[in-house]
Design a protein. Structure first.
Length: 200
């Protein structure tokens, strides 16, 4: 996997370079938002963000995806350097249509993990090999991973990326996503601090 195209991308969160890649075996077009000089650098703050159309674009309150993306972009936008990898892995890797089917099951009372299983999927179908290949193409030596998800830490380590630390990215719960966040914490091991309380 190698860098294909780079361009400047001024955003409301700061000035970035947007980078696209070629040679990804899954055929998906992942991209990186790069802040500052990262080539050959160690301890680079990195957020791996999986696409969430309903949250990132439409502002869904059922998840914390958009909140985490914005918090990460704001934080990196204030830093000398950092990277946001935007992976096209909608719905924890099950795709948009299946994610909406999982929503329908959640409307009937199932949690996010059981809904995935009822559709014949694992709890999380995402893979972080593409993220590792992107970081190698960008020349990043080691990362401070911005995540609450232990699977992302393992995913990078298993693919040969040195993780020198973790930066939490915890969003404030709302009444629509508190069950979802509790499930991520209790059943998927997400590191969300104290037990989540439902906001009034």
């Amino acid at each position: 996997m190698k860098i294909d195209t780079e361009a400047n991308l001024p955003t409301r969160f700061g000035d970035f370079r947007v980078v696209t890649f070629t040679g990804d075996p899954d055929g998906k077009e992942h991209l990186a938002l790069v802040r500052g000089d990262i080539r050959g650098r160690q301890d680079v703050p990195v957020r791996i963000h999986s696409e969430c159309l309903t949250g990132d674009v439409l502002g869904s309150l059922r998840c914390d995806c958009r909140d985490q993306l914005i918090a990460s972009l704001q934080a990196i936008g204030r830093m000398e350097r950092g990277v946001v990898l935007y992976l096209r892995q909608e719905g924890r890797g099950i795709g948009l249509t299946n994610k909406i089917k999982a929503y329908a099951l959640q409307d009937r009372g199932y949690d996010t993990i059981d809904a995935n299983r009822m559709l014949g999927f694992r709890d999380d179908e995402r893979d972080y090999a593409a993220a590792a290949r992107m970081l190698r193409a960008l020349g990043v030596e080691s990362v401070q991973l911005m995540t609450n998800n232990p699977a992302k830490l393992r995913g990078l380590l298993d693919n040969g990326i040195q993780v020198s630390g973790r930066i939490p990215v915890v969003a404030e719960p709302n009444r629509h996503n508190v069950g979802y966040l509790t499930t991520k914490q209790r059943r998927a091991g997400h590191m969300l601090g104290e037990v989540i309380a439902c906001p009034s």
